[in-house]
Design a protein around this ligand. Structure first.
Ligand code: ZN
Length: 373
């Protein structure tokens, strides 16, 4: 067993805290993983990530396979050596990017053929090659190739994507050669709860070290995603990590943690930062706005990140308006700290049995409204 998950407390509704132990150290859960698409979390380095409180990151197999290629990464000691990040890493299978970024793709039971968005080259990805690429990249947790159906999909297309994802999952397990990486099973099924439950049972019978929900937060109303979480997460194995893929806005993270999700990843906080929106204890702040031009003081008076400790709002705004790289750096560090603090607050609220109070208070302060449902 290369991944140990220990839950230390679970609330009645399902929210839980725990620890995940990987070959590159342990991670407190629930946790948020920033996305290092091309081998770096945009605008920040490993030390910045650690200082911001980040414990684990995600890297994109699709991007790294296209450029620079997994062989080069492997020669540099895998992703940990290549990036200079000696803490846990998860790689996705590349499937989601193939379906969302590449053009002219054809999918059949063997795999998916597509044109690279970098140079147009015709490429073929199979469950076996997705595992082989990820074994060379060397992350602590790897993901099997899955088919994420577009929104909206007919019931027939959804069922077909689920069937294919199960078939690919079996082949992915059989293709594994390394015994120091863990693999999570991905559950698809759109917002059809019955289909999701069936698929979860199928994936549990195959046996994975953790379970992930894919194909959510792809444009459906959040209420529909919350409905799936409420009906599904409680059935996921309690002794394995539960990962909600591609979700990173505070509202969805809080609602999902409440149902018992342990892991998240998203480009949301880092992309927001580069677009000039910083997350604060009183809600999102558009730092680009003219009203911030002469504001003294930190982005958030309750934040102690390096940006907030050292720079005025007016300076961060000036840099971002001037498209200075350092401005993106400062805003990204702050948003990463905000997410790390949110996860830490959620863990404390579960440990102290005040999650419902924390949730109401966060929603009131950040969104100025009551939580849903
Ligand atoms: Zn800050």
């Amino acid at each position: 067993m290369t991944l140990i998950y220990e839950s230390s407390k679970t609330l009645d509704r399902g929210a839980r805290i725990g620890k995940m132990i990987t070959p590159h150290g342990s991670v407190n859960t629930p946790t948020f993983m920033p996305v290092g698409t091309a081998g770096s979390v945009k605008a920040v380095g490993p030390r910045d990530l650690s200082e911001a409180g980040v414990e684990m990151i995600l890297a994109n197999t699709y991007h790294l396979h296209l450029r620079p290629g997994e062989e080069i990464v492997a020669r540099m000691g895998g992703l940990h050596g290549f990036m200079g990040w000696n803490r846990p890493i998860l790689t996705d299978s590349g499937g989601f990017q193939v379906f969302s970024l590449s053009s002219l793709r054809t999918v059949d039971d063997d795999g998916v053929t597509f044109n690279s968005h970098v140079d147009g080259a015709r490429l073929h990805l199979t469950p076996e090659s997705a595992v082989a690429i990820q074994e060379k990249l060397g992350a602590d947790i790897i993901m099997p190739l899955d088919q994420c159906p577009p929104l909206p999909s007919s019931p027939g297309d959804l069922a077909e994507a689920v069937r294919r994802t199960t078939h690919w999952a079996e082949r992915s397990l059989a293709a594994r050669r390394r015994d120091d990486q863990s693999m999570f099973g991905i559950i698809q099924g759109g917002v059809d709860l019955d289909l999701r439950r069936e698929h979860l049972d199928d994936m549990i019978s195959l046996g994975f070290e953790g379970y992930a929900l894919g194909g959510l937060s792809v444009g459906e109303p959040l209420e529909e995603m919350y409905g799936v979480l409420a009906g599904l997460v409680g059935r996921m194995p309690g002794d394995r990590p539960r990962y909600l893929m591609g979700v990173g806005s505070p509202d969805a993270v809080i609602e999902a943690v409440r149902e018992g999700i342990d892991m998240f990843d998203s480009v949301y906080p880092t992309r927001m930062a580069r677009h000039g929106t910083v997350m604060t204890s009183s809600g999102p702040l558009t730092i680009r706005n003219a009203v911030q031009a002469d504001r003294t003081g930190p982005l958030d008076p309750r934040c102690d990140c390096p940006t907030c400790r050292n720079f005025h709002r007016a300076y961060v705004r000036h840099l971002i308006k001037s498209r200075e790289v350092f401005g993106y750096h400062l805003a990204t560090i702050h948003n990463l700290r905000f997410m790390a603090d949110l996860m830490c607050d959620l863990r404390s609220a579960i440990a102290g049995d005040y999650l419902e109070d924390f949730r109401r208070e966060f929603w009131a302060n950040y969104y100025g409204e009551e939580p849903p449902r």
